[in-house]
Design a protein around this ligand. Structure first.
Ligand code: ACO
Length: 318
């Protein structure tokens, strides 16, 4: 068992509004806002995924009141790592000086933070280490096709982080995946490419069947959260707050209606942040924490879905 004792988040400085995107693709502010709820997002220019993750982690460490050397694990969810070889978690470790940490990245797309919580929870339970740093960090603009108006308006860059301490707080975590739907949201295959096959240059951009993803999200969000709530021995109405993955306001509205929970319990920041994949839930959690919206003892449902297709939910007690 573990509990969250500190949070942090970081967004790059460059704000890109829907109006800015009107200059790049055939779209309008009105279309983006009415179909998604997004008004603006931040794009990195001179900072990469590990840099955003580092900034969010520094804040989480400060909030938790621990030292970098106290951290036993750094688990970083991302689909846009700094590099394929050499994990972004190791990059963050070096910048933090978290010399006692075991470090690795996980790829569960937008569910990366919830998967990370489950892994950290398991590791803290079986080891003698006391703290884990769980991060979601993305520079999605690296893999966005800016000629594809159906995807490029959706995503933003950012990072969120949380420090977990061994102890009571995370009441339950439920995760899963449906790999048969992998092509609904993917970035193409790395083709086998060597001197036997001849050269092939492959670009990797987000490719999405929007409606398929939409239907999956509206089905799995209520299912995952109600399973996590049951596992925690609670009822849905016991939840004080829900932090859904910030993909699309219409998905959040439809899922909230299915869960029969008041819409006011759902925290939303996608109008300012866009869809930041693995970073979305921890950025929202940190915003709530810093705004003083979370009271000791509050029960919070975290619930996400993403490429894979993956899904997951957690119930935490603040
Ligand atoms: N601007 C203007 N028009 C557009 C744009 C745009 N940016 N994008 C699409 N359109 C057009 C389409 O070309 C289409 O035109 P047509 O009717 O002439 O063919 C029309 O708008 C409707 O397109 P749809 O795809 O049917 O639009 P829909 O109402 O389904 O909304 C959306 C699309 C917003 C992508 C929706 O399907 C959705 O939110 N899906 C879920 C996406 C999501 O959450 N993805 C992230 C997953 S998380 C992760 O792991 C990264």
């Amino acid at each position: 068992m573990s509990k969250i004792i500190g949070t942090g988040s970081y967004l790059p400085k460059n704000i890109v509004t829907n109006k800015d995107l009107e200059k790049v693709v055939d779209t309008t502010d009105e279309w983006i806002l009415s179909r998604t709820g997004i008004r603006e997002r931040a794009f990195a220019t001179d900072e990469n995924t590990g840099d955003l993750a580092y900034m969010a982690s520094l804040k989480a460490i400060e909030d938790a009141g621990i030292a970098p050397e106290d951290i036993g694990y750094i688990i970083l969810g991302t689909i846009t790592p700094q590099s394929l070889l050499g994990s972004t978690a190791c990059y963050v470790q070096a910048k933090l000086g978290a010399v006692n940490a075991t470090c690795f990245d996980i790829n569960a797309a937008c569910t990366g933070f919830v998967y990370g919580l489950e892994i950290a929870e398991g590791l803290l339970t079986i080891s003698d280490r006391k703290y884990a740093l769980v991060i979601g960090a993305e520079v999605l603009s690296k893999i966005v096709d800016f000629t594809d108006r159906t995807t490029c308006v959706l995503f933003g860059d950012g990072a969120g982080a949380a420090i977990l301490e061994k102890g009571d707080g995370i009441r339950s975590v439920v995760t899963g995946a449906d790999g048969t739907k992998i092509t609904a949201l993917h970035s193409g295959e790395f083709k086998v490419r060597n001197f036997l096959t001849g050269n092939q240059v492959s670009d990797h951009y987000i490719i999405m069947e929007g409606r398929e993803v939409f239907k999956f999200a509206v089905r799995v969000l209520p299912k995952a959260l109600s399973e996590a709530v049951q596992k925690a021995g609670m009822k849905m109405t016991d939840l004080d707050h829900v932090i859904p993955h910030q993909a699309n306001l219409r998905i959040i509205d439809a899922a909230a209606a299915k869960m029969e929970l008041p819409r006011e319990k759902f925290y939303v920041n996608l109008d300012r942040v866009g869809n930041t994949s693995a970073a979305s839930i921890p950025i929202a959690l940190d915003e709530m924490n810093r705004k003083g919206l979370l009271k000791k003892g509050d029960k919070i449902g975290l619930v996400g879905f993403g490429g894979g297709l993956t899904y997951g939910a957690a119930v935490i007690e603040w």
